[in-house]
Design a protein around this ligand. Structure first.
Ligand code: ARG
Length: 394
């Protein structure tokens, strides 16, 4: 018996393949978190007297072994398993016998998948925060090494006012500070215990202790009432994908600046050989493809966000299998966000501004001069503006 709901009735292989979809691959990253959720659940069942201590110990040991074996590549999720939850339970029963069959009391895969996802997302939020902090350190490195180099500040792609490498870095750095704050608020949304809401309506007739699993798993609160749980699936996902999209959009804008700075016409920056790629026909080329791909990444993360939002839009309350499709865009957006942050930090570490190539147009000081006249002569800014403007009328 492969599937937890198998009643001995036939299942069309095409239906299995379509409904299980990509879960046997996507759920690989949830195995460890499903083990953590299951151990907390089983310990709670033992603490409330719903299973005995011997069975609980043997289930937990079996789960820990399966977790380690999965990490070591000793088993994988098959399509016949449908998903990580089924794969773990059926292997547990194979390994430890009938005690394993006592684990699935007072829960459903519907709250199980949410528990595993939230534990995973919580780690992602922390991990991503650390990577954004590392990116900020790289940006600080640029400012420390070359911050005093003047840089034209552009509006409409025209030299506008004097800026500097430090000011350029500082603007992006502040954007990343906002992302870190955004990730903290996503973490608060994530950190509610869904476990024990079962299929979405609790466990009638079974005195489980949801606060105990919340405590064991480090959730801030138990999500209440039980009907709120399935209604919340997808929201933390979308909130995280939104923050990732903002982050990757800023990386893309930074990449866009650097692409301009790297053209032969500008030559404001030099990139080390190891970050550029070549052309199959033009021997002279050293292309900044990495920056172009960073610039394009926000299209993908935003598409992932849109996909996530669209899956949940207009669904009725309660668990719907549609929700399974949230995982693909979620994981894709997370992976691309992480890769893009890391690679941009690497580019920044090797990049160098070439001060002698950076020329500020004399007109760039016009507003500053008008401001000076206002302060020196006490005339209205509009008059000072007109006086300076005369120089630029041909
Ligand atoms: N793979 C499923 C998901 O991600 C797990 C829950 C399945 N529940 C069900 N009732 N078929 O949503």
């Amino acid at each position: 018996m492969s599937r937890l709901w198998d009643k001995g009735l036939p299942l069309d292989a095409r239906i299995l393949r379509y409904t299980a979809g990509e879960d046997h691959m996507l759920d690989a990253r949830l195995v460890h978190y499903d083990v953590l959720g299951s151990i907390a659940h089983v310990e709670m069942l033992a603490a409330t007297g719903l299973i005995n201590g011997v069975d609980s110990a043997s289930i937990c040991a079996g789960l820990r072994r399966l977790d380690a074996d999965f990490a070591a590549g000793k088993w994988s999720i098959r399509i016949e398993d449908e998903d990580a939850h089924t794969a773990l339970e059926s292997r547990l029963v194979e390994n430890i016998g009938s005690a394993g069959a006592r684990m699935h009391l007072g829960r459903s895969r519907n709250d199980q998948v949410l528990t595993a996802l939230r534990l995973y997302l919580r780690d992602v939020a922390t991990d991503l925060t650390q990577r954004v902090e590392a990116l900020r350190a790289s940006l600080r490195g640029v400012a420390e090494r070359q911050g005093t180099i003047p840089l034209p500040g552009y509006t409409h792609m025209q030299q506008a006012m004097p800026s500097s490498v430090a000011l350029w870095c500082g603007g992006f750095d502040e954007a990343f500070v906002d992302i870190v704050a955004g990730l903290q608020s996503v973490r608060r949304r994530i950190n509610k215990n869904p476990l024990g809401s079962a299929a979405g309506y609790g466990t009638p007739g079974l005195p489980i202790d949801r606060n105990l699993t919340a405590q064991k798993l480090g959730f801030d609160v138990t999500q209440q009432p039980v009907t709120a749980v399935q209604l919340s699936r997808g929201k933390a996902e979308s909130a995280l994908l939104f923050e990732i999209t903002l982050l990757v959009q800023d990386l893309g804008r930074m990449a866009s600046d650097l692409l301009l700075f790297y053209t032969q016409e500008f030559s404001y920056i030099a990139l080390p050989a190891e970050v550029t790629t070549g052309s199959s026909i033009m021997p002279q080329k050293r292309n900044p493809d990495v920056l172009e791909l960073i610039r394009a990444a926000a299209a993908t993360t935003q598409a992932c966000l849109d996909e996530s939002l669209l899956i949940t839009a207009k669904l009725p309350s309660g668990y719907q299998r549609d929700l399974q499709r949230l995982k693909a865009p979620l994981f894709r957006g997370i992976d691309l966000g992480i890769e893009s942050v890391d690679i941009m930090a690497y580019v920044l570490d090797g990049m160098r501004f070439i001060a002698e190539n950076i020329r500020l147009d004399p007109g760039i000081y016009a507003a500053e001069e008008a401001n000076r006249i206002v302060r020196e002569e006490g005339i209205p800014f509009r008059d000072a503006y007109r006086r300076i403007a005369e120089r630029f009328v041909k």
